[in-house]
Ligand binder design. Structure first.
Ligand SMILES: Cc1ncc(COP(=O)(O)O)c(C=O)c1O
Length: 379
């Protein structure tokens, strides 16, 4: 059955008359339309740009850079959000009728899908990943069964590379979900995609083929710009239009857009590549060190390590993954060694795991030293 937006989008959203401002039509000249302060911002130091003016509602210049970078067709395939987190929330709000519709997630996965669903009074259906031996892959038959049993599922959130799994999903399995008879929207969250080495990377160019595919990316990770809050949704123009109709009129601030533009310029991209190369080298070193750790207590490094973090099992004397010890190690590192990692042992298939973000060479060395000390203390 062909994908139909009318079946997925909430009726009140389809009927929405979007907020319009004069800037949608005119953005140059003497601007006396938006009750801004004509004298300028009250800042002690100069910041580039007219900060007394509301920002461009759509940031086409930034989008043009993303179109080039991700080899898309047009800016109409792009939506910019206040981080991917805003995109997640908006997708749930435009698709799911509170108290009625549902989303599907594939644990272990990023926590915000459930949090946003809960905030919007939307039920979460879980189809766990196959976690055997740290595979962290979709069970497409189970997803199909869940969708069949819950026709209210309007959104499926897939994460590749996954958080906290650090593992890319097999592209054939994503394609299988897209080509099933599921009639809702499939979201592929690619927050960490730039760290993928090899050919299991982005599915962004699939949006031309699948009208129900949304690919999310962000400048928070590979671009190192978590502070500006810029998330990206790529999808077919009809769906993007609905996101634009629904967002707050000026969601992305001028300084964020300027910094994004700079980061996406040729020089910015060269810098991103340079940092990424350094980070990937550090990832390899950290991985090898942890795999042959000089002090007992480190088990397997699970998953395929495709993102900028590693999932490290902490094991007990018997060599079994151990949440009690992992939690102790986590707390001791933070409270007595000033090294903060993330305890993920309670996530499905992640018993005993610490999620360790790859830092600079010096940060990683400190982590390695302090982890040895703490493992000795918890032996
Ligand atoms: C998988 C995944 N998606 C989305 C996000 C949120 O990204 P943003 O900073 O763009 O809101 C994160 C942040 O950690 C993440 O891990």
């Amino acid at each position: 059955m062909p994908f139909s937006l009318e079946k997925v989008i909430r009726p009140n959203i389809l009927a929405l008359t979007p907020y319009r401002c004069a800037r949608d039509d005119y953005d140059a000249g003497i601007l006396l339309d938006a009750n801004e302060n004509a004298y300028g911002p009250s800042l002690a130091n100069n910041v580039e740009g007219d900060l007394n003016r509301y920002p461009d509602p759509y940031h086409v210049r930034v989008k043009e850079q993303i179109v080039k970078l991700r080899q898309l067709q047009s800016v109409q395939q792009l939506f910019l959000g206040v981080g991917s987190d805003e995109v997640i929330d908006l997708l749930i709000r435009i698709c799911c009728v509170p108290g009625k519709d549902k989303i599907l997630i594939t644990p272990p996965t990023y926590g915000m899908y459930s949090v946003c669903a809960q905030i919007n009074d939307v039920e979460v259906v879980k189809s766990n990943l196959n976690v055997e031996n740290g595979a962290f892959q979709l069970r497409t038959d189970d997803i199909a069964a869940c969708v069949k049993a819950n026709p209210e599922i309007k959104l499926i959130f897939l994460c590749s590379p996954g958080n906290p799994t650090g593992s890319c999903l097999n592209h054939d399995s994503i394609r299988q979900v897209l080509e099933s008879d599921y009639e809702g929207v499939v979201v592929v969250d690619e927050a960490y995609v730039d760290f993928v080495v090899g050919d299991n990377g982005s599915v962004a160019n699939w949006i031309d083929k699948y009208p129900n595919l949304v690919v999310m990316q962000t400048l928070s990770k590979s671009f190192g710009l978590a502070g500006i809050r810029l998330g990206i949704a790529m999808a077919n123009p009809d769906l993007i239009q609905i996101l634009n109709n629904t967002k707050a009129p000026y969601n992305i601030g001028t300084p964020s857009a300027q910094i994004a533009y700079d980061a996406l310029s040729a020089d910015g991209l060269a810098k991103m590549e340079e940092y990424k190369t350094r980070l990937l080298a550090q990832r390899d070193i950290l991985l090898k060190t942890l795999e042959n750790f000089p002090v007992p207590g480190v088990g397997k490094i699970i998953g395929t390590n495709d993102a900028n973090f590693l999932m490290v099992q902490i094991v007990n004397d018997q060599g079994e993954p151990c949440n009690v010890r992992a939690d102790k190690v986590y707390k001791l590192l933070a409270e007595t060694r000033d090294v903060v990692v993330r305890f993920r042992g309670k996530e499905y298939g992640c018993t005993g795991c610490l999620r360790i973000t790859v830092g600079t060479e010096q940060e990683n060395q400190t982590l390695i030293n302090k982890l040895q000390e703490v493992l000795k203390e918890t032996a």
